[in-house]
Design a protein around this ligand. Sequence first.
Ligand SMILES: Cc1cc2nc3c(=O)[nH]c(=O)nc-3n(C[C@H](O)[C@H](O)[C@H](O)COP(=O)(O)OP(=O)(O)OC[C@H]3O[C@@H](n4cnc5c(N)ncnc54)[C@H](O)[C@@H]3O)c2cc1C
Length: 385
Amino acid sequence: MRILISGAGIGGLTAALALQQLGHDVDVYEAAPELKPVGAGLWLAPNGQQVLERINPALLEQAVAAGFETDEAFIMTTSGQVLSRINAKAFQDRYPRNRTLAIKRSELHQILEQALKPGTLHLGHRLARYSNNSESVTAFFNNGVQAQADLLVGADGIHSVVRHQLFGTIPLRYSGQTCWRGLSPIKLEGDWKHKAAEIWADAPGLRAGFSHVSPETVYFYVTNLSPSGQSRDTDAEKQALLEKLQSFPSVVQDLIEATPAEQLIRSDLWDLPPLKTYGQGRVILLGDAAHATTPNLGQGANQAMESALALANSLATHPELHAALKRYEQCRIPKATSVVKASWQINQLVNLRNPLARKARNFAIRHAPRSLAQRQFEMLYKLSV
Ligand SMILES: Cc1cc2nc3c(=O)[nH]c(=O)nc-3n(C[C@H](O)[C@H](O)[C@H](O)COP(=O)(O)OP(=O)(O)OC[C@H]3O[C@@H](n4cnc5c(N)ncnc54)[C@H](O)[C@@H]3O)c2cc1C
């Protein structure tokens, strides 16, 4: 089958690899003139790692070699109270090879891109629209190029042009939070070293998270309650961040101090309210275009990768295209929807404005049965492909 993918993010690249593995003729069209992965680092959970492994075990090996494995993920308060703790050992029986892997986005992109067949990727091609009929789909790009195929995959991110043509304008939901991310040239010491940490302040929306992505580099993020679309002043922002984070353990200040102001990435955090369907005719959505989520569970890219494998599996098991796309939706919509919803709920908890409500929240999280968190992570890590 001839397949066009619009968007060379983690979703589009993973889909291209999974589909090429099955012998499909795939082209990926990317709007950007060069691949510049934004976002600093990423947590690749056991589900994302399983996807890589199923496409080609060498991909997982390369990711493990490029990344940094964490033993434990925990959330604590700025006053040092641990609210929740998930140890990688808890999942060792089921996913013996997959501890959570923190990795630079640039590394993951490179691994995926380099595994594509030569000539697959076409940079500088921004999809403007498509036409879709019973025989084929034609993609029209801003540079005047047209391409025809049996299937168009819209992997063009949260502001997807493909989704817009399919379903019209669907308002995104603003989380209330702006996020700053960066890669800090620091070595964490002692207890912090093999952990993925998130620290919550006693203030709405304010938290910081970090972990090593390589022995010399730490990925970190900070979120804060803030209106969307604020103008930027990088130097002032770094100073303001440091002041805001004064109640945090000094390691958080160190991470920001060591990061050049112009390398701090700022983004407002949005999600897409869950869709009931991901496509129509010969057009299907994948990744953030279909199920963009707030990053509270660290699952957006992992879900994009699951969708990529699910699409390839569906086409492999269902020779008739429409039946295959139906199966893909049946596989993916329930899980992706539950991730978006659960992550949104956490977002609301992080944003609580009332100090008493925050105290009650912390108490409830601290006393929640461990088995509950364990079940939630097992749900996340079990592939729906
Ligand atoms: C702060 C933060 C932290 C996160 N942390 C994690 C994490 O730890 N783990 C995790 O799994 N996920 C995480 N995510 C989510 C993750 O980044 C996204 O879910 C993931 O990158 C989505 O990949 P994608 O390929 O679907 O979309 P994108 O990465 O958005 O890629 C879309 C691509 O399409 C291209 N494009 C757009 N429009 C067009 C067009 N018209 N024509 C052609 N190309 C086009 C874009 O240039 C881009 O390259 C985080 C997100 C944020 C904001």
